[in-house]
Design a protein around this ligand. Structure first.
Ligand code: MN
Ligand code: MN
Ligand code: MN
Length: 280
């Protein structure tokens, strides 16, 4: 009997906040029966560049990226799938993201300092071990490890969570800009995990419309383990706006049951799978 083909088009490696190296991820994906794997690290293609020649017999790799952007003060993630990781326009965009991330980290640290928390920038940077990837989880971990906060949960509730001092928003480039970088790199721009922004249905439809108008081409109809009702809603939304449907686990590492490698439900039958965009 022919096994169904598993495509997991949203995964992270140690190049961003994932736990597995690109080579380890590839091995784990093959073990999980994944035939097509997209590596989509946050604002970097370093993991892809590290993977020179995947060993034979392993799954085929789609070059991807997950770019941070802002839409109407909401942080939105856009996947670029089947990109040319060496594209110069994309590379310039990535450098811009790295600068933005570093500046944002400095602002977070300054705000935390005002609240009496010390050495957070250096501490978080040491944990991140690459300042281009510095983000709130590193600050949270440092606050706990340095004994300044009792637990990770408390770190978010008091300092880093929504509306708190360390929640620095509105820092990423506008959505059309990152969609342009993806297009320049020959990729397909896909709106990542539309169910995770806590937008009303009306607001989500507005986002999708703006995304489409800016040149976006796909919607992540399946993101990890999700309710079938959401899948149906997003599938209908994709069709209504003439968008390709994508599917991915958003795998960051073993042990997260809501985002297991290759655990990706089938797309709704009426969906136009995103791989058709590069198959033709
Ligand atoms: Mn992540
Ligand atoms: Mn994301
Ligand atoms: Mn992700």
């Amino acid at each position: 009997m022919l096994e169904p083909m598993i495509s997991d088009l949203h995964t992270h490696t140690t190049a961003s906040d994932g736990k597995l190296s690109p080579a380890e991820l590839l091995g784990a994906a093959a073990d999980a029966g994944v035939s097509v794997l997209a590596i989509t690290d946050h604002d970097t293609v370093a993991g892809l560049l590290e993977l020179h020649e995947p060993a034979r017999g392993q799954c085929s790799v789609i070059a991807g990226i997950e770019l941070s952007t802002t839409w109407k003060k909401t942080g939105i993630h856009i996947l670029g799938l089947n990109i040319d990781p060496g594209n110069a326009t994309l590379a310039a965009g990535i450098r811009r993201q790295q600068t933005a991330r570093e500046q944002r980290a400095e602002i977070i640290a300054a705000r935390l300092a005002k609240l009496g928390l010390v050495d957070t920038l250096a501490g978080a940077a040491a944990i991140a071990n690459d300042t281009a990837q510095l983000a709130r989880p590193h600050f949270a971990q440092y606050l706990v490890e340095s004994g300044q906060v009792g637990s990770l949960q408390l770190a978010y509730r008091k300092y880093l969570g929504p509306g708190k001092a360390g929640d620095v928003r509105d820092f990423w480039p506008p959505m059309p800009e990152v969609i342009d970088w993806i297009a320049a790199a020959g990729g397909v721009a896909v709106l990542a995990h539309p169910g995770k922004y806590r937008l009303s249905k009306l607001k989500l439809a507005e986002l999708v419309q703006d995304f489409r108008a800016a040149g976006g081409r796909g919607l992540e109809v399946i993101s990890g383990q999700q309710e079938p009702a959401l899948t149906a809603q997003l599938g209908a939304l994709a069709n209504r706006h003439g968008l390709y449907a994508s599917c991915g686990s958003d795998f960051h590492g073993p042990g997260q049951i809501w985002a297991q490698l290759g655990k990706v439900a089938a797309l709704p039958p009426e969906a136009l799978p995103v791989w058709e965009a590069w198959a033709r």
